[in-house]
Design a binder for this molecule. Structure first.
Ligand code: 5AD
Ligand code: FES
Length: 349
């Protein structure tokens, strides 16, 4: 067996590689290796989830953000961004529509908008839970205090998505202004875990200054932290950010990493992200075939979709959710999978 075949074999059997071994696997990437990794990842996933693909409905509640991440289209310095915030009634209406369409997980997602205080969010969460008691509520609202996370949890939030963005401190500093801190990001993830949330982390693939060394660290972080979910997608430049001229990440490398992550932690929930679908017309299908098992069709009102543009060219900004579901159902069935009406909790092996 070649060196890389030995690494794949070790990863498959132990779920673990050293940092330099991950680097070697990434640097030595070929179509053939990608095919082998994907086949093993699919085998592991099918042993746990069969052919089921879970859906989650993100509701993009606000594009107002106090942060200024260099990669993100809704950063506060982007004066071209047309800002909005949904009302509680609008948010609840999105959840009701989603429920009718078969969603059993709602993701409240937004910039770090001070308007969404604990009181405001708690009231929305408890109302969604009282209307749809069989659903999970996931939050993706950025960095908050531990007390705040606790209050939201007590109000009924089940899960929290907070991408770590990069597990390398220096790299983190190159993607964010000085006022943001790697330590606080990691503190948030740990607090969320300690409170009892199901926690999702994640990172962009081929973000500026990222090399296989940083990716290897991300993979080691996933081994150690063992998140319940992990969102990864290619970096896609946004025209009104300092990274406008940087190169876009590839669907191929993203899929390769999805397979590796599935092998690290076979029962993890892994979305084939919208960014993946934006970078390649059949990116989401490729993601599922590489080991992903979640898709996140947008539940936001169509009138705001275009405004929640973290990167250029985001797909599904003109379609109603019902259209996306129909479209996705066709796409998923075509590759031999099925979308299920289910909260989609992690199934421990
Ligand atoms: N390209 C791809 N992904 C991006 N994100 C933010 N900006 C971009 C971009 N330009 C991702 C970040 C963030 C998540 C909500 O979207 O990882 O955590
Ligand atoms: Fe939105 Fe295909 S998934 S149109």
């Amino acid at each position: 067996m070649s060196d890389t075949d030995l690494l794949i074999d070790k990863l498959f059997h132990t779920g673990h590689l050293e940092e330099d071994e991950y680097r070697c696997l990434i640097d030595g990437r070929t179509d053939e290796l990608a095919g082998k990794l994907a086949a093993l990842a699919v085998q592991k996933r099918e042993g746990i989830y069969g052919k089921d693909v879970f859906i989650r409905g993100p509701i993009e509640i606000s594009n107002i953000c106090r942060n200024d991440c260099y990669y993100c289209g809704i950063r506060r310095s982007n004066t071209e961004c047309d800002r909005y915030r949904l009302t509680q009634e609008e948010i609840l209406a999105c959840a009701d529509t989603g429920y009718e369409l078969g969603f059993r997980t709602f993701v409240l997602q937004g910039g770090e908008d001070p308007f969404f205080s604990d009181d405001v969010l708690c009231s929305i969460i408890s109302e969604i839970k009282s209307r749809h008691g069989d659903c999970a509520v996931t939050l993706s609202m950025g960095e908050r205090s531990k007390e705040s996370y606790q209050r939201l949890y007590d109000a009924g939030a089940d899960r929290y998505l907070l991408r770590h963005e990069t597990a390398d401190r220096t790299h983190y500093g190159r993607l964010h202004p000085e006022e943001m801190s790697f330590d606080n990001r990691m503190r948030c993830l740990q607090d969320l875990r300690d409170i009892g949330y199901m926690v999702g982390c994640g990172f962009m693939v081929s973000s500026p200054y990222q090399t296989s060394a940083e990716l290897a660290k991300d993979l080691r972080f996933i081994e150690e932290f063992r998140p319940d979910m992990c969102g990864i997608g290619p970096f896609i430049p946004h025209k009104n950010t300092p990274f406008r001229d940087e190169e876009q990440g590839s669907a191929e490398l993203t899929c390769y990493l999805l397979s590796i992550i599935r092998l690290i932690y076979p029962s993890i929930l892994l979305p084939a992200t919208t960014a993946l679908g934006t970078s390649d017309v059949v990116g989401r299908e490729k993601g599922i075939l590489a080991g992903a098992n979640v898709i996140m069709p947008n539940l936001s009102p169509v009138r705001v979709r275009k405004k929640y543009e973290l990167y250029d060219g985001k797909i599904c900004t003109g379609e109603e959710t019902a259209e996306c579901i129909r479209c996705l159902e066709g796409r998923i069935n075509k590759i031999g999978y099925r979308i299920v009406v289910d909260r989609g909790d992690i199934r421990k092996e």
